[in-house]
Design a protein around this ligand. Structure first.
Ligand code: SAM
Length: 171
């Protein structure tokens, strides 16, 4: 598993509940090890941990973090996803091996994030969504491998052309 983390900045629990949940679930499904969320949000943690318990993997979530310290102290490469950055296809080959922290915003992202980032990366230079930007970045960065991983949980979905097949795993 890649040593790849997501940092979600500017999360406003009342307003961004669904979007941040989807950032976290997509991060997990696409190969990240965990998510660090700037604002404390207990229900978000409970929700994501419940998905991890049922569907597996060892995805971690921490909310209410000291994002500045975590960002500045991160020992690895920091990628900040922003429409103002360099094109994703030019940026990916520049990312060295090793721990990676991918930052996505909600509201306006402080200038110090742009300065700390090793790479400010644009998934196209048009405004869209943190979920879309992160998902495209993770899929391209992992060459699709993130989506192919098996996660061991209580429930396993068996791919099906029609209908839904869910198997309960007894251990
Ligand atoms: N208005 C905010 C600002 O000026 O920073 C951005 C809001 S946008 C809805 C939320 C987040 O989505 C951004 O912080 C960025 O991480 C991500 N995002 C949106 N469009 C993007 C793009 N084209 N490329 C990369 N990231 C993008």
């Amino acid at each position: 598993m890649l040593d790849l983390w997501i940092m979600r900045l500017g999360h406003r629990p009342s307003r961004d509940k669904r979007v941040t949940t989807h950032v976290a679930l997509s991060a997990r499904a696409l190969g990240a090890k965990g998510i660090l969320v700037s604002t404390k949000d207990g229900p978000l943690e409970t929700n994501i941990r419940s998905v991890v318990e049922r569907f597996g993997g060892d995805f971690a979530i921490e909310t209410g973090i000291d994002w500045r310290r975590r960002l500045m102290d991160f020992e690895g490469t920091v990628v900040h996803l922003t429409m103002y950055g360099m094109h994703i296809d030019d940026a990916i080959p520049k990312i060295p091996e090793g721990p990676l922290l991918v930052v996505v915003g909600a509201e306006k992202v402080p200038a110090e994030v742009y300065q700390r980032a090793d790479l400010n990366v644009a998934v196209g230079n048009q405004p869209h969504s943190e979920i879309a930007a992160m998902a495209i970045f993770l899929d391209r960065f992992t060459d699709g491998e993130g989506l192919r991983r098996q996660m061991e949980g209580k429930l396993r979905i068996v791919p099906n052309e029609r209908g839904k097949t869910v198997v309960e795993i007894s251990r």
